[in-house]
Design a binder for this molecule. Structure first.
Ligand SMILES: Nc1ncnc2c1ncn2[C@@H]1O[C@H](COP(=O)(O)OP(=O)(O)OP(=O)(O)O)[C@@H](O)[C@H]1O
Ligand SMILES: [Mg+2]
Length: 226
């Protein structure tokens, strides 16, 4: 396998329901993502963008097909290895930030590192370095309820990056933001992709964001068209 490829999904099929409720969503979708690459996925609502990210993110199994992250076939390893891989090799950013309200912003960013077994002290130290990178180092002691929508989303990006994952999967990361905050979060992801050689797959309805990606894929009838 090409060393530069951080995630590869081959011949992914996924359907929901059966009989009258049967829906065939992914019908042989393929993707290869290289280090530092930002790939956008667009397509109409219901075309399967989130479904595809869930399959790649090891959150939901495909009916058929393989997903490899850093060379590991993620659906063939046992559940405990899969959970580790999900935490350390994949970063997630969703439309809603999913930060934990009872923890500070710094602790939220540090969470994946603590879950990976690092000491609280080490985790908080790397979290403060990443907070600096996303321009929020002065806000670490605040709680999610004290941050703006855009700031919370920048924190979610920082949390996704703390363990330097192979790839960050972002599902409508700017879908809940006004245009100026969208732009800030968008710029941040592209800056981080460049500076850290970090790969991102971004599902979005925003045409400007989709077009800005290094590669734009359109999900249509269950497969990707570029
Ligand atoms: N758990 C489920 N059970 C049944 N159907 C589902 C389930 N999850 C998703 N679907 C259906 O699969 C299709 C694809 O959904 P998905 O959320 O992947 O689309 P999407 O492209 O992300 O849409 P959007 O742009 O609105 O976010 C939709 O028709 C959806 O209703
Ligand atoms: Mg979706």
């Amino acid at each position: 396998m090409n060393d530069n490829i951080v995630l590869s999904a081959v011949d992914i099929w996924k359907s929901y329901g059966k009989g009258a409720t049967f829906l065939s969503i992914l019908r042989g979708a393929n993707i290869n993502i290289s280090k530092g690459e930002v790939v956008s996925i667009s397509g109409p609502s219901g075309s399967g963008k989130s479904t595809f990210l869930h399959v790649c993110g090891v959150l939901d199994p495909p009916d058929r097909g393989t997903v490899s992250v850093g060379g590991t076939d993620v659906w063939s390893v046992n559940e405990s290895r899969r959970a580790k891989l999900r935490n350390a090799d994949l970063g997630f950013v969703f439309q809603f930030h999913h930060l934990l309200d009872e923890f500070t912003l710094l602790e939220n960013v540090a969470m994946p590192s603590m879950l990976a077994g690092n000491s609280r002290r080490d985790a908080l130290e790397s979290a403060s370095e990443i907070l600096e990178e996303v321009g929020l180092s002065s806000r670490g002691r605040h709680f999610p309820s004290e941050a703006s929508g855009g700031e919370r989303q920048r924190i979610a990006v920082a949390r996704a990056l703390i363990l330097s994952p192979s790839v960050v999967l972002a599902d409508e990361p700017t879908g809940n933001l006004d245009s100026s905050n969208s732009r800030i979060v968008e710029d941040l992801m592209f800056e981080l992709a460049e500076r850290r050689n970090q790969a991102f797959i971004i599902a979005t309805h925003c045409i400007e964001l989709a077009r800005r990606a290094h590669r734009c894929l359109e999900l249509e009838d269950g497969i990707f068209r570029s």
